[in-house]
Design a protein around this ligand. Structure first.
Ligand SMILES: *[C@@H]1O[C@H](CO)[C@@H](O)[C@H](O)[C@H]1NC(C)=O
Length: 167
């Protein structure tokens, strides 16, 4: 004879097992998805380029950012955080990383976009190293799932260079 309590408990255990299984499958199917995002970024204009009174270089730029991150989305994706960083090396630091722009993409239909924007965060060097400096623009993304582990990756867009002189 099974008591009510026993049956309720068995039902709960069964439900939890199914739930755990579904979560496992969700994150597993996420891992099976091999996304292939694409992006291209143009520097449309150098709006200003100066040495601040602190001695640090600052540059203001207008960017044209186009990306198709739709393949990052699965049914288990809650949202995608994306940011664009300028990456360059100087005699002092092998890697300087300056975040220029970021955004949150809540759904797949917003994951293909093209925007023209000024840098949202200031592009300031820790010193006076930006004249004639080569840099890469790197589009980073963090995929936040409904269940399972977050994952992050990036696309490197190499081959940019700042002007030789302030303007
Ligand atoms: C810029 O990108 C190139 C090619 O991917 C890479 O070799 C180089 O190390 C990058 N530079 C920096 C500072 O990350």
């Amino acid at each position: 004879m099974h008591s009510f309590g026993y049956r309720a408990n068995a039902l709960l255990t069964f439900s939890l097992t199914i739930l755990a299984l579904m979560c496992a499958m969700a994150s597993l199917s996420d891992n099976l998805n091999s996304p292939s995002p694409t992006a291209s970024v143009k520097v449309l204009n150098i709006n200003r380029f100066l040495k601040k009174s602190t001695g640090d270089d600052e540059v203001g730029i207008t960017l044209d950012i186009s990306a198709d991150l739709q393949s990052l989305f699965t049914w288990n994706t809650k949202q995608v955080f994306v940011f664009l960083a300028a990456e360059y090396s100087t005699p002092k630091n092998i890697l300087n990383q300056v975040s220029l722009w970021d955004g949150i993409i809540p759904a797949q239909d917003g994951a293909k976009f093209s925007i023209k924007t000024k840098n949202k965060y200031r592009f300031i060097d820790q010193g006076s190293n930006l004249r004639g400096r080569d840099f890469n623009l790197t589009l980073h993304w963090h995929v936040m799932p409904k269940t399972g582990k977050m994952f992050a990756d990036k696309l490197v867009l190499p081959g940019f260079r700042l002007p030789e002189s302030y303007r």
